[in-house]
Design a protein around this ligand. Structure first.
Ligand code: AMP
Ligand code: ZN
Length: 108
């Protein structure tokens, strides 16, 4: 498996992990574009939003739920943050394992 995020999930590549459960992992973006830049990544290898199957519907909901948990943990829930999903090369996607960016400039 040549997928960078699967390697992080399998602990074959290092990452600064902020949160992990059975379905999801959250780690720091290696090339941050904000003071806090995390990636919320389902453990299931799904290439992009376009490749999601019917059975994957809950995963997007879980990604938002984990984002909320992380915001609480980091103390940025009220000051605010941005969530983004890039889809396909034209949409800025460079890693083809579905993920959500969590971006934040300041703490509560
Ligand atoms: P996207 O453009 O939505 O595909 O975003 C992929 C993100 O993954 C980029 O912001 C990269 O900086 C980040 N990234 C790539 N490789 C790694 C890695 N090994 N560890 C952490 N973040 C990574
Ligand atoms: Zn993968």
């Amino acid at each position: 498996m040549e997928c960078t995020f699967c390697k992080i999930i399998n602990k074959e590549l290092p990452a600064e992990i902020h949160y992990e459960d059975d379905n999801m992992i959250v780690f720091e973006d290696i090339n941050p574009s904000a003071p806090i830049h995390l990636l919320i990544v389902p453990k299931k290898h799904i290439v992009s939003v376009n490749e999601m199957e019917e059975e994957d519907r809950d995963i997007m909901g879980e990604m938002f739920f984990v984002a909320r948990k992380v915001a609480e943990k980091l103390g940025v829930k009220r000051s605010g943050y941005s969530l983004a999903v890039n889809v396909e090369k034209g949409g800025g996607q460079i890693v083809f394992h579905i993920h959500m960016h969590f971006l934040c400039n300041k703490k509560d």
